[in-house]
Design a protein. Structure first.
Length: 133
């Protein structure tokens, strides 16, 4: 369901592979949302957010280094958007989720919506600006 589509490819192999992994993490988040057998999702949600934080930091560092290597004029503005994404991930408050199944599902859904919306918009409207520069 959540995967790299042709319009998301930048033509930069390593960046495309990293974007594909981010879509895989979105799919894992969707799978967690659909898992009706798992009654306590907090541990898995925590793992997903932790992996997203770690992976995006690595990806953003690589992407920002690439932009500098090609002399991309808007690299600083682009990096600021990366920091805002990281800050938003850090805002997920596990203490407020609690043990309630519905509130856990709400938190997973909130993460999924944020991740997919940001990822698609960022790739199509921001990343594509440095492609071919």
């Amino acid at each position: 369901m959540y995967e790299m589509k042709p319009e998301y490819y930048t033509g930069i192999e390593e960046i495309d592979a990293q974007h594909a992994r981010l879509f895989e993490l979105a799919q894992e988040t969707h799978d967690l949302l659909d898992d009706n057998l798992l009654q306590d999702k907090t541990e898995e949600l925590s793992r997903l957010i932790s992996e997203l934080i770690d992976y995006t930091k690595m990806h953003f560092a690589h992407e920002e280094a690439y932009q500098k290597s090609i002399g991309y004029a808007h690299a600083d503005r682009h990096a600021l958007q990366h920091r805002q994404f990281e800050d938003k991930l850090m805002e997920f408050d596990f203490d407020s989720i609690g043990d309630d199944y519905n509130s856990q599902n709400d938190a997973v859904e909130k993460l999924l919506n944020f991740l997919v919306s940001w990822l698609v918009t960022h790739i199509l409207k921001v990343d594509m600006l440095y492609v071919g520069k």
